[in-house]
Design a protein around this ligand. Structure first.
Ligand code: ANZ
Ligand code: ZN
Length: 828
């Protein structure tokens, strides 16, 4: 081969800049709809523009980039976009602290992140730009809000909501983690406020059921969503309050335990409580108790180890099946917002009730027997919570729990006081935020007409960019007269704009659709375009979004599906949740001070090394331990690749048909690597084993270059070409450079076609077989893989090593296990 003179040394900085500029100038990764090609949509979760990439981003994007480049080389039309989740609190906090306008802060951060992403050599189509804070995006977010509104899925109501004092705004339930704000970790308080909600509960069943369709999602994520939705099947029925017309409706999943009810418990917020206690002697104390409990958040109230607190109301209910008098209590462990806000308590079958009843000396009665080990109040140390056989339960005694639940529910139904009931733990999504830097909710509040959506022709409701942050607590929208004052679209009278903005999780619930048609000025996206590109074939992101973003996006997609705007009802076909990047066993974080900055690594070793290390160090779903040694190793490997390509170019070659054994062996190694890398990248993304296999190939190429003097030109070319192609998705710059050396006029390696495995090259003709004589290893012989038993025996007898051992011996038997071993039995 005519070798193009290569630089002797691998200098990443020079070649990386050069190729980044080339890809940028030639728009190498621009895509358009092409009906003649199969499409592939690969997407990494878009970042919040904090200003700098961290290693988690680098990992996320490197994974996506390998997939995108690989799929492109396989002939797919690949959509691989990047955007910015650009509304949100940090911009506003920066504005309050440093007096920089949130938009300015945000755009300059985005600019820096685009530079960093470019320096990683990521293959995005940069013509697609989606910044959620730009008017050309948020005007469509507002349109979609109105779609929800018209479908009755957006409503405003007074509710007890999660209030974060740190962020000075409300939070959705999904954004409260262990009683703390997901963002700033302040303790979340409960406040009564009038807020906007999206009715995600209408979709609870579909969100649950369709999880079964998501075969390409990690089981872990699906089970987190299942638990969050929390479907529960049970029975609802009434207890009448003694001496009044009121009744208390309870929800239970264990109606089979109904004969064991020892007391009723109501949430302190239950509307009937006030009436029940109004003439109590103990009113002050009861009110004080109610006040205290209301101010504890739900998580603490229901925590398993939280002390059970309660008070007797002084009133009794009548058991609908036995007529017994049942005391009515209020307690912290019953939530108002779940079920009916009232519970029938069965201390022998429910642990919370057990603890409560022990504490307040309430009666116990066993109604469910364990058929393996007979239970009695004397031998029980805790509630028996499993199903069993009913006892002490009138005509239902002797039934098993399951049958009894059916039968008792039927009876309550016949008595007209109860029915089957399904409950979900999922609550509606609280979407309004009392913050400035977000998408304005397009609603006008009129004294006479109430909440009126802004007519479509008047959209967008522009977010004023020139605002004052005075107090740091009030949203500047609340003090901005120009924004605030408007006319009611219905009656024309003076009205006020809604000053709440939307949760930024709304912005990110549809951005993947916008990528399919990002320049559309009139509508969020054209259906034809989203139909071509959707679903996202491979989505990649962190596990921290297992519920939040991934549940919200699924909900959005279903609503848009019902509206006829999209063809699919699930957005993400396959999901890969990457592991964390650790340093010294802990998560890399500023507060710990163990952060390795991507920019530093890239400037020292180059982007290819950074990518290779990250992809090689661990399988993508596993946590990855940062290692300086590992980075060095990746760098050394790339230098070896550089050198071996140079050596191969300079090998003395001749053109001939017949290959010798060494050449055949090298081809075998090459095609094994092609097969391995291809299967490792197809669907399972086992990057580390794919890279290992390429490393073996490089080793064999070194060996080969040292042993042979004049070699087959075709083998050399084939190895060079395919080594570079196999490496291209992982390390795009060095491979592009090397490609130019071996193919001076051929276009980018990233548009080359992925190689096919030559199965005939894989066939190994010669195998070594150990020879045992009377059970002891005496020799190994080379045989041809297609040799018959007779031929193998013949070769065995001809082997000098074997001959030595057989002189003067009587051979009794040859046992040949093809490809494995030869046993010779001789007379002693
Ligand atoms: C009687 C009973 C007996 C119960 C028994 C359980 C075991 P899931 O599966 O989560 O839906 N419960 C109902 N509403 C409640 C509320 N608002 N706050 C706290 N607890 C509530 O759980 C349903 C069970 O949780 C219900 O079944 C009820 O207790 C309780 F051996 O009723 B059970
Ligand atoms: Zn009006």
């Amino acid at each position: 081969m005519e070798g193009n003179k290569m630089e002797e040394k691998y200098i990443p900085r020079e070649i990386e800049r050069k190729w980044q500029k080339y890809w940028h100038d030639t728009k190498s990764f621009k895509v358009e709809i092409d009906e003649n090609k199969p499409k592939y949509y690969v997407l990494e979760m878009f970042p919040y523009p904090s200003g700098n990439l961290h290693m988690g981003h680098v990992r996320n994007y490197s994974i996506g980039d390998v997939i995108a480049r690989f799929k492109k080389m396989q002939g797919f039309n690949v959509l691989h976009p990047m955007g910015y989740d650009a509304f949100g609190m940090p911009a506003e906090n920066a504005a309050i602290q440093n007096g920089i306008a949130p938009s300015k802060w945000t755009y300059s951060n985005i600019k820096n992140m685009i530079r960093q992403q470019t320096e990683l050599g990521l293959s995005y189509d940069w013509d697609i730009d989606v910044l959620t804070c730009k008017e050309d995006y948020y005007k469509h977010t507002q349109k979609l809000f109105e779609v929800f509104y018209k479908r009755g899925l957006a409503y405003k109501k007074e509710a007890k909501v999660n209030w974060c004092n740190g962020c000075h705004t409300v939070l959705a339930n999904e954004q409260v983690e262990n009683g703390k704000c997901w963002r700033c970790k302040s303790i979340v308080e409960k406040k009564n406020l009038s807020q906007w909600f999206f009715k995600i509960t209408d979709y609870a069943e579909r969100l649950l059921k369709d999880l079964d369709l998501l075969e390409g999602w990690p089981e872990r994520v699906k089970s987190m969503q299942r638990n969050w939705i929390g479907k529960s099947e049970g029975t609802e029925f009434n207890f009448n309050v003694e001496g009044s017309n009121d009744s208390i409706r309870v929800y239970t999943t264990r109606v089979d335990t109904v004969y064991g009810v020892s007391y009723l418990v109501m949430a302190p917020e239950h509307p009937l409580v006030k009436k029940l206690i109004q003439d109590s002697d103990n009113l002050d104390e009861l009110n004080k108790f109610i006040y205290t409990v209301k101010n504890i958040n739900d998580i603490e109230r229901t925590a398993e180890d939280a002390p059970k607190l309660g008070m007797f109301t002084g009133k009794f209910a009548i058991h609908p099946l036995t007529g017994e008098r049942i005391p009515i209590w209020i307690a912290n462990y019953v939530l108002f917002e779940y079920g009916t806000g009232a519970v029938m308590a069965v201390p022998s079958s429910d642990q919370r009730d057990w603890e409560f009843a022990k504490k307040y000396n309430l009666p116990f009665k066993i109604v469910i027997q364990n058929d393996e080990k007979s239970l009695s109040l004397e031998n029980m140390t805790q509630a028996y919570v499993d199903d069993g056989i009913l006892v002490n339960s009138e005509e239902f005694s002797g039934m098993n729990s399951k049958e009894a639940r059916e039968a008792i529910t039927n009876k309550l139904e016949k008595m007209n006081i109860g029915n089957k009931k399904i409950n979900y733990r999922l609550r509606d999504w609280l979407i309004s935020r009392q913050r400035y830097w977000g998408c304005p909710i397009p609603i006008i509040c009129c004294k006479d007409c109430g909440n009126v959506p802004v007519p479509e022709k008047d959209l967008p409701v522009k977010l004023p960019e020139d605002v004052d942050f005075i107090s740091g607590t009030l949203s500047p929208l609340e003090t901005n007269k120009e924004f605030l004052n408007c006319k009611c679209p219905k009656c024309g009278k003076d009205a006020l704009r809604e000053t709440d903005t939307m949760d930024t999780f709304i912005d990110s619930s549809w951005y993947f659709l916008r990528y399919t048609d990002s320049k559309n000025e009139n509508i969020p996206f054209e259906k034809e375009k989203s139909d071509y590109w959707m679903q996202v074939d491979q989505y990649i992101g962190g596990i921290e979004h297992a519920i939040l973003h991934l549940l919200y996006s699924r909900f959005f997609m279903k609503v848009l599906y019902d509206e006829g705007l999209v063809r699919d009802s699930e957005p993400f076909k396959n999901l890969l949740c990457q592991g964390m990047v650790l340093k010294d066993g802990g998560k890399m974080s500023k507060s710990v001070g163990n952060v390795v900055s991507p920019e530093e690594i890239v400037s020292k070793y180059g982007a290819d090394t950074a990518r290779l290390f990250i992809l090689f160090a661990a399988p993508p779903e596993k946590d990855l331990e940062w290692s300086d040694k590992g980075v060095e190793g990746a760098y050394r490997f790339l230098k070896r690749v550089w050198i071996i390509v140079d050596r191969f170019i300079n090998l003395k070659t001749e053109s001939r048909e017949e290959l010798n054994e060494n050449e055949k062996a090298l081809r075998r190694r090459l095609h094994r690597s092609i097969a391995k890398v291809t299967s490792d990248l197809n669907g399972k993304f086992s990057f580390n084993t794919a890279i290992s296999s390429i490393m073996e190939l490089v080793n064999d190429m070194y060996h080969f270059s040292e042993t042979e003097s004049i070699v087959s030109e075709s083998v050399v070319n084939e190895c060079l070409r395919n080594l570079i192609i196999l490496l291209a998705p992982f390390v795009p710059h060095i491979t592009e450079e090397l490609w130019q050396h071996i193919h001076q006029n051929e276009s980018s390696v990233h548009s080359a076609l992925w190689p096919e495995v030559d199965n005939s090259a894989l066939i190994e003709n010669e195998v070594e077989m150990p020879v045992q004589i009377n059970g002891r290893l005496r020799a190994t012989i080379k045989v041809n893989i297609n040799d018959t038993k007779e031929e193998i025996i013949k070769k065995c007898q001809e082997s000098e090593d074997v001959k030595k051992c057989l002189t003067d011996k009587k051979i009794l038997k040859f046992i040949v296990v093809p490809k494995r071993i030869i046993n010779i039995v001789i007379a002693k």
